[in-house]
Design a protein around this ligand. Structure first.
Ligand SMILES: Nc1ncnc2c1ncn2[C@@H]1O[C@H](COP(=O)(O)OP(=O)(O)OP(=O)(O)O)[C@@H](O)[C@H]1O
Ligand SMILES: [Mg+2]
Length: 330
């Protein structure tokens, strides 16, 4: 068994070197400060979501990260290499997917990808192989010979992402890749982004769809008025504002006694019976997921049959409201 001294010397393993490292970025436009001291880092294989309302400074930050806009102060490094507005080796490592679709409508899907790959002077054979890989990644292999102007909006968005991928970047930067896209295409785009992370690419991604950030991102930074006001995993952020979850148990049996037994648990802040529809016990608890097995054991012990369980956890929208006093989406 470890002695207390031994335990003290054991440290959590340090994370890998960040692939993207931004430090104290500031950018003003006239008297307006669009980015006001943003520092963040993204590890290889990590998907980082930059979440904030219109005008928060997301695109400005992203453009500085990609070396498309000069910061007034602060530094950006990708794989240790400084990113500046002037061309440099760091830029080859970055794939940028802009907020607006930028493709050639009268070229085919494959021709567009070949075009973007040639910008990076990839040798022909390698480029051709890579284009086929990218088509698979964005799920457009079957549409390779179709002209872009014959694609749906969601497919164009996916191809726009593909154009940022052809030169095999290690950091993929996406600015609102799912704006104005129907739910099905959004799902396809999100699945693609998830695969990039699985392949070891670092991804930084802006959005104001918080449910998307919650599902997709390993970590989220919330940006408002040019400053990062909170950062963490979606669960950590949610825990910042509320430690309470609601559990709704649709059940039959002696629910009054069951609710009373639930209330006796220290993690349960309240439990009431609602008989309006089916019999339901509403409980307000700390950390519903870890408590659930005990709530089910209690039901069993009280001969209560549970028919369904729903856990309602606070979401990032609640976090945003709490931190800024305003809703994320207008
Ligand atoms: N070229 C520019 N000239 C002047 N002001 C600018 C310029 N680009 C951005 N801004 C201002 O900087 C602030 C941040 O803009 P930015 O585009 O970074 O926001 P955003 O978070 O990307 O918003 P959205 O969700 O609407 O895309 C805004 O007030 C915007 O008007
Ligand atoms: Mg923007």
């Amino acid at each position: 068994m470890a002695t207390p001294q031994a335990a003290q010397t054991i440290r959590p393993q340090q994370d890998a070197e960040p692939l993207l490292d931004c430090s104290k970025l500031v950018r003003r436009f006239g008297s307006r400060t669009a980015v006001d001291g943003v520092s963040l880092d993204v590890a290889p294989g990590e998907t980082y979501g930059l979440l904030g309302p219109n005008g928060a400074g997301k695109t400005t930050t992203i453009k500085i990260v990609c070396g498309l806009l000069e910061a007034d102060s602060g530094t950006v490094r990708v794989a240790g290499l400084p990113v500046r507005a002037a061309p440099g080796p760091a830029k080859r490592l970055i794939g940028y997917v802009p907020q607006e679709v930028a493709l050639y409508p009268d070229l085919t899907v494959r021709e567009n990808l070949l075009f973007f790959g040639r910008l990076y002077r990839l040798p022909r054979r390698r480029l051709e192989r890579r284009v086929e890989e990218v088509l698979e990644l964005i799920d457009l292999t079957a549409r390779g010979e179709d002209r872009v102007d014959s694609l749906s909006g969601g497919m164009r968005r996916r191809l726009n992402i593909g154009a940022g991928l052809v030169h095999s970047p290690t950091l993929l930067v996406l600015d609102e890749p799912t704006v104005g896209v129907d739910p099905q295409s959004r799902h396809a785009i999100m699945e693609s982004v998830r695969r990039f992370g699985d392949q070891g690419m670092a991804v930084i991604y802006t959005t104001h769809y918080m449910e998307e950030a919650e599902r997709l991102c390993d970590r989220v930074g919330i940006i408002d008025h040019g400053s990062l006001i909170a950062e963490g995993t979606p669960r950590e952020l949610v825990a910042l504002v509320a430690e309470k979850d609601q559990v709704q148990l649709v059940a039959s049996g002696d629910l009054t006694r069951y609710a009373e037994a639930c209330r006796a648990l220290p993690e349960v802040e309240g439990a009431d019976v609602d008989r309006s529809d089916e019999g339901t016990v509403h409980a307000v608890v700390r950390d519903a997921r870890s408590l659930l097995p005990r709530l089910l054991d209690l039901a069993h012990a009280n001969r209560v049959q549970i028919r369904s369980v729903e856990i309602v956890e606070p979401d990032l929208e609640a976090v945003f409201l709490h931190l800024t006093g305003t809703a994320l989406r207008e």
